[in-house]
Ligand binder design. Structure first.
Ligand code: 5AD
Ligand code: SF4
Length: 540
């Protein structure tokens, strides 16, 4: 196909130029035409070498790593962490093993992020470091940046041999085998179906489950729909099975992940009951796509997951404010094991900016939703994301965002200076007109206001009793353990003998223990407490 296109391009153009002799004499040669044809983006294959080609020189045994070591480096969001667990699973099943040092591993794989320019710069720096410091190993770039820059990464980095986008991880054994035959290899084909539902991730840390992939929201600033493709939900049963397995392995917390978790729709079952066929969008909120109907919703999934193990805490991230059905909120209130914490990214507190971002809601609708949520769950802990200095953001608009943060009183906010990304609607239609230093100054101001309100929340918790799920030893001192309260705030507790309400025994704290703790002090991000007793989530 590529060869045919190059030939056709050459023939078409040679006739054009042949009309004047001078053009032929002084004009571009064959190399130029081939170069031009190859530069044309749509003609570049998304998969090379193709399976047809590798079938001619690879045998099934070549897909096996035969003990080759892989150093896995993960950048970006929790979804990337989960994706790397899927990659581990695919490779370990094919004879590859974990490598612990990037200087000596046979293969280094980087799971990358494209959300902001700075995220990509970090990866370029790492690739440069690998070029100069690692032994001659195979280097692969996976994830969002792979999908965005594609073969440009191989060309520019001079160290990368393999590029694989978020829907191509099953193909890694073949791509890696091709690199051993001296080929560069790439697969950036996005899929409408891939959810890796049948792959059991190899977990290294907190248990997460990507219940859906891709995103259809098309917020004007966001690269994710281009790097992760169309939204698709993982079948409900496969999620339930995986959570059951995690519960059997002793995990005490699961985080359900997706770009937009509460537009989850499992349509894999043919018969859909009437009760699940309403659109998920709350009245007044808008979507750029036709509201989804049919299938089993996020509320159904959440209910089924929370039925599995009364001792397993459930969190999820991120819902989009426009998709917030009240049944989800009622369920959170009703179920002890679904945490009273909601990440509800607002992005801005100004209507003009929200409109330019294509968020589908106004400040007033967002605040109404917060009120509705608080009416049902008064002590809910709300967290959010904000972008500072989006296209056209005025000083007054920024003030309105500061005001929204104060008004809602978030427990935590992620704040990002706006970074324009190619391909996004903002890149095509809007002007990135807020100077970088102002974006940064506004981001700092948003962060300091959220810290002020978060400190107040946390100080209000002093003297209260909180149920803390211990996650591990504190990084600051081996004598302290760290865990999370239901509201999501980190709690530091001294590791002393503590009595259990189950069997009255005394023992030190360990990861997975539920501890009733008395809160003694607070900063804007952390609580410090003393352990009262060890208990269970169901009996607390
Ligand atoms: N620039 C800055 N921040 C961004 N985010 C998404 N795209 C951009 C961008 N182009 C932020 C949003 C989103 C979070 C994951 O990253 O706040 O919720
Ligand atoms: Fe995650 Fe978005 Fe970064 Fe992709 S671009 S890794 S989805 S944060």
């Amino acid at each position: 196909m590529l060869k045919y296109s190059v030939k056709r391009f050459y023939i078409n153009n040679i006739f054009r130029f042949a009309s004047t002799k001078t053009a032929i004499k002084n004009g571009p040669g064959l190399d130029h035409f081939i170069g031009e044809a190859q530069k044309t983006k749509q003609r570049q294959p998304k998969i090379f070498p193709s399976p047809n080609e590798t079938n001619t020189y690879l045998n099934p045994e070549d897909f096996n790593g035969n003990g080759r070591t892989v150093k896995f480096l993960t950048y970006g969001c929790q979804m990337n962490v989960n994706d790397m667990e899927i990659v581990r699973s695919v490779l370990f099943q094919n004879g590859y093993v974990e490598g612990f040092d990037e200087k000596t591993a046979d293969i280094v794989l980087l799971m990358t992020c494209s959300i902001r320019e700075s995220a990509e710069e970090k990866i370029w720096r790492k690739l440069n470091w690998l070029k100069n410091n690692s032994k001659k190993c195979t280097v692969g770039v996976l994830g969002c940046m792979a999908e965005r820059i594609r073969e440009g990464i191989i060309e520019k980095s001079k160290v990368v041999d393999l590029v694989a986008g978020p829907d191509a991880y099953r193909d890694l054994p073949r791509l890696l085998a091709a690199t051993r035959f001296g080929r560069n290899a790439m697969n950036v084909q996005l899929s409408f179906e891939e959810t890796y539902a049948d792959i059991q991730p190899v977990r290294t840390d907190v248990a997460t489950n990507s219940i859906m992939r891709g995103c259809d929201n098309m917020c004007t600033y966001c690269i994710v729909p281009f790097t992760r493709g169309k939204e698709r939900s993982r079948p409900l049963e496969s999620i339930v099975e995986e959570v059951k397995q995690l519960s059997a392995e002793g995990f005490k917390q699961i985080i359900l992940l997706g770009q937009n978790v509460n537009s989850y729709r499992d349509t894999s079952q043919i018969s859909v009951s009437a009760s699940t066929s309403e659109p998920s969008t709350v009245a007044g909120f808008k979507t750029v796509y036709k509201p989804k109907t049919g299938g089993r919703t996020f509320a159904t999934l959440l209910e089924k997951v929370s039925d599995i193990d009364p001792e397993m805490r459930i969190r999820f991230t991120s819902p989009h404010p426009k998709d917030f059905p009240l049944p989800v909120i009622s369920l959170i209130k009703e179920r002890k094991n679904i945490c009273n914490q909601l990440h509800l990214p607002a992005q801005s507190g100004d209507n003009q900016v929200l409109d330019a971002m294509g968020r589908g809601y106004t400040r007033e609708l967002y605040l109404d939703l917060v009120t509705q949520i608080r009416e049902i769950i008064p002590n809910v802990s709300l967290t959010s994301d904000f972008i500072a200095g989006f296209c056209g953001e005025t000083r007054e608009a920024h003030q309105r965002t500061l005001d929204l943060i104060r008004q809602v009183g978030y427990y935590f906010c992620f704040v990002f200076p706006y970074s324009m990304r190619e391909k996004t609607r903002a890149h095509r239609r809007l002007v990135d007109d807020v100077p970088e230093d102002i974006k940064q100054a506004r981001a700092n101001e948003l962060a300091s206001v959220f810290r002020e309100v978060a400190l107040k929340h946390n100080e209000n918790l002093i003297g209260t009793r909180q149920l803390v799920l211990i996650e591990g030893v504190s990084r600051r001192s081996p004598d302290y353990m760290v865990g999370k309260a239901d509201c999501g705030v980190k709690v530091i507790i001294p590791n002393v003998d503590t009595q259990s309400t189950v069997d009255n025994s005394f023992s030190k704290l360990q990861a997975g223990d539920y501890i009733a703790a008395n809160i003694l002090s607070a900063t804007s991000q952390t609580l410090a407490g003393e352990p009262l007793y060890r208990t269970t989530l169901a009996s607390y």
